[in-house]
Write a protein that binds this ligand. Structure first.
Ligand code: HEC
Ligand code: HEC
Ligand code: HEC
Length: 480
């Protein structure tokens, strides 16, 4: 064996060893890194689940369990350690099947509810490891915070009048019950909300008392209307049925909607500001100070006299016969609530008297026929035109505000985050969700197995090396 051959063999050996080492280290690296990678992947999955669940919660649970799981009235809180440490499967079971004979409905599709197994798992994950402040913000940002509170007080004067009607005591009892148990969904005076239909309605009055009793007692499966048989006595349900069938005799205002503020978040206020700049400022002024086209909104008299609910209704329905459009068919409820929250912010600093930028002339200037109501004028130019008079003290201030107020592009508000959140939830069970339930084989690998493999490979490497050294010392006799 000549030197050249020896060198060739040496190089072959070295390469062999290097390749073995490389493979061994690659395997070891993978084996040790994989669990960490899996843990972070699982955390990501959990985050996605909790994120989905916040939207599900907003859509399905907030109405009974509160904006942030704090519980409302007789409905228990979901934000507590008892539930956080409860057996996961037990919690899933409660949500899936509901609590028989309580207002807690079954949510699983197999039990007549609207949610899949996977979605119920997500909700359980939210209850056990979610963030309730973030959940509150989600409910508000989706515009799903009910404006009507869970309870209200019957109007004392009308309450007295009701007592004088036939079976007045029964009607009074029903009004009190309705004001605590039903108003949150069926609305002030039973006129309905976005959550539930009106009960103070000729079509409902036509229904047979038996049918109404059945609905109130057993509920309507798959809807928010839960059965009340365990919460209310038979005689209380009968009183409610009497109220529903005789509501035309009860004066309006008996069960009023109290003044509840629209809940806001930083995100909703920013959205409100953007939407106001894009849609309202051209008539009401960039800072709501009013223009010749429309009255001031940023003024004490308006803001103290008008509840958030009333502003929401005006904006939704418009003012018929004036230039004030109905925004309900162009904007979501979330958008409108965001604007109301933004307008309400002005109250603290609103001037006593509006000083709108307007020309001379009698009567409310926005009612004059020459007001170019429907011509879109970008906020900047509009202020110049309307407040053009150099003498107007508002002009300077308005220009100054322009920079911050009219920043967003008019069409840029689309509520991207909100919409995306909603869409996400509607999706089917993603394939990775299945994997997550069944851990992969390497996840269950014990560290001890890895140590065993490691030492095995180490010993093998050593043997190869010893063999190589022996071979060098004692090369096999060359047959060539
Ligand atoms: C119609 C009102 C209503 C809605 C909507 C509702 N719940 Fe409930 N929920 C209740 C009531 C009432 C109870 C208490 C039942 C009882 O007395 O055991 C309850 C109980 C629970 C409990 C058990 C609490 C405990 O401490 O034992 C969980 C968990 C729960 N609800 C989760 C949810 C989830 C998740 C949603 C949305 C998918 C939801 N609920 C929607 C009314 C409601
Ligand atoms: C969590 C929301 C919620 C609460 C609270 C609630 N309801 Fe309902 N209710 C609904 C919904 C939603 C429907 C419509 C169900 C459907 O689609 O058929 C409904 C339907 C009804 C109907 C049938 C109306 C019709 O046109 O057939 C009656 C009657 C009724 N509710 C009475 C009551 C009474 C009485 C109370 C208080 C004890 C009450 N509800 C509390 C959500 C609610
Ligand atoms: C085309 C012009 C125009 C636009 C755009 C407009 N409004 Fe109005 N708005 C009016 C007029 C005109 C009135 C006064 C109606 C009346 O005479 O009662 C009004 C009245 C109102 C009122 C009641 C004020 C009061 O004193 O009672 C509110 C609240 C309101 N608008 C909010 C909004 C919001 C929020 C937007 C944007 C989403 C908006 N408006 C966009 C013209 C407009």
């Amino acid at each position: 064996m000549n030197t050249k051959q020896k060198i060739t063999r040496l190089i072959e050996f070295l390469f062999g060893i290097l390749a073995t080492e490389a493979i061994v280290f690659a395997i070891l690296f993978y084996a040790f890194e994989e669990p960490t990678r899996l843990v972070s992947a699982q955390n990501e999955i959990l985050q996605t689940q909790v994120d989905d669940a916040m939207t599900l919660y907003a859509e399905n649970c907030a109405v009974c369990h509160g904006l942030a799981g704090e519980g409302i009235g007789a409905t228990p809180s979901l934000d507590n350690d008892g539930l956080r440490t409860m057996d996961y499967d037990e919690l899933v079971k409660i949500i899936a099947r509901g609590r028989y004979e309580t207002a807690m409905p079954a949510w699983n599709k197999t039990d007549g509810g609207p949610l899949s197994d996977y979605q119920i798992g997500e909700l359980a994950a939210l209850i056990q490891s979610g963030d309730w402040n973030a959940t509150r913000d989600r409910v508000v940002n989706l515009g799903l915070a009910p404006l009507v509170p869970f309870e209200t007080e019957p109007d004392p004067v009308i309450f007295e009048q009701i007592g004088a009607l036939t079976d007045g005591a029964v009607l009074q009892q029903a009004v009190t019950l309705f004001a605590t148990e039903c108003v949150a969904c069926h609305g002030a005076d039973g006129l309905g909300t976005s959550l539930a239909p009106a009960l103070n309605d000729p079509l409902v009055r036509e229904k047979a008392a038996d049918e109404l009793t059945r609905i109130i007692t057993l509920g309507t499966p798959g809807t928010l209307m839960a059965g009340w048989s365990s919460t209310l006595a038979e005689e209380e349900i009968a009183a409610l049925v009497t109220l529903v069938t005789r509501w035309d005799e009860v004066p309006l205002g008996a069960i009023p909607a109290p003044d509840v503020p629209v809940p806001t978040t930083a995100e909703s206020l920013a959205l409100g500001e953007e939407l106001f700049a894009a849609n309202c400022s051209r008539c009401h002024g960039p800072e709501g100070q009013g223009t010749p086209r429309a009255p001031a909104l940023n003024v004490k008299s308006f803001l103290t006299e008008t509840s958030d609910l009333a502003i929401q209704q005006i904006v939704t329905q418009g003012v018929p016969g004036t230039a004030m459009p109905a925004w309900g068919d162009r904007m979501t409820e979330a958008d409108i609530q965001a604007i109301v929250g933004f307008i309400r912010q002005w109250e603290a600093t609103a001037p006593e008297v509006a000083t709108p930028a307007r020309g001379g002339g009698g009567g409310p200037p926005w009612l004059r026929s020459d007001a170019p109501a429907d011509v879109f004028v970008p906020p900047g130019q509009q202020t110049d035109g309307a407040a053009g008079q150099a003498a107007d003290p508002q002009a300077g201030a308005t220009d100054h505000r322009e920079g911050s107020g009219a920043g967003g592009p008019p069409d840029g508000y689309g509520g991207g985050g909100v919409a995306a959140g909603g869409e996400h939830t509607a999706g089917e069970v993603p394939p990775w969700a299945q994997e997550q339930v069944q851990p992969a084989w390497w996840e269950t690998l014990d560290q001890r197995v890895l140590v065993l493999v490691f030492s095995g490979v180490g010993v093998a490497t050593l043997l190869i090396f010893v063999g190589y050294v022996a071979l060098r010392r004692n090369p096999p006799s060359d047959g060539e």
